[in-house]
Design a protein around this ligand. Structure first.
Ligand code: SF4
Length: 152
């Protein structure tokens, strides 16, 4: 059975409490690299009204995993985006055939669904940072583990 993971922003691990500087120091990843990961759509930070970003413990795990993919597995940004695009969001969100037809994420294999400019009905007004699709691949879980859990 497909497991739908809904991220709870109230969970301690998801609370955005760290500034960029603190996140950089806790993760050991330079601030300019973190900014790059955000620009490439690999990480969605929490945005304050002032447009400054805050990060959570979960974000730090995600950052470390992205860093590992780049520096130990030899992937580049396009490779990671392609991997992220393979997450079957339409199955996790249980999109109808019509939803899929209207959604760029269903067809595009070069960007993660949260980067799609044309999203289906179900996702139009969602905050992707809190979505189970965005959050299903974090920390030290590789994508195959995620797929095994989603599709037993
Ligand atoms: S809400 Fe965002 S992250 Fe979730 S499936 Fe839709 S586009 Fe993807």
């Amino acid at each position: 059975m497909t497991k739908v993971v809904k991220n709870n922003p109230e969970n301690e691990i998801n609370l955005p409490v760290y500034t960029l500087r603190v996140t950089s120091s806790l993760s050991g990843i330079p601030a300019h690299s973190i900014r790059q990961y955000i620009d490439k759509g690999l990480l969605i930070p929490y945005k304050l009204d002032s447009n400054r970003h805050l990060f959570s413990e979960g974000d730090i795990r995600r950052l470390k995993h992205i860093h590992l993919l780049i520096h130990e597995r030899g992937l580049n940004f396009a490779g990671i985006r392609t991997l992220m695009s393979l997450i079957p969001c339409w199955a996790i969100r249980k999109c109808t055939a019509q939803d899929r037809q209207e959604c760029q994420a269903y067809y595009d294999n070069s960007i993660p669904c949260w980067e799609a400019s044309e999203k289906g009905r179900i996702c139009k007004n969602e905050n992707c940072r809190d979505c189970g699709v965005y959050n299903c691949w974090v920390g030290d879980r590789d994508l195959k583990t995620v797929f095994r859990e989603l599709i037993p």
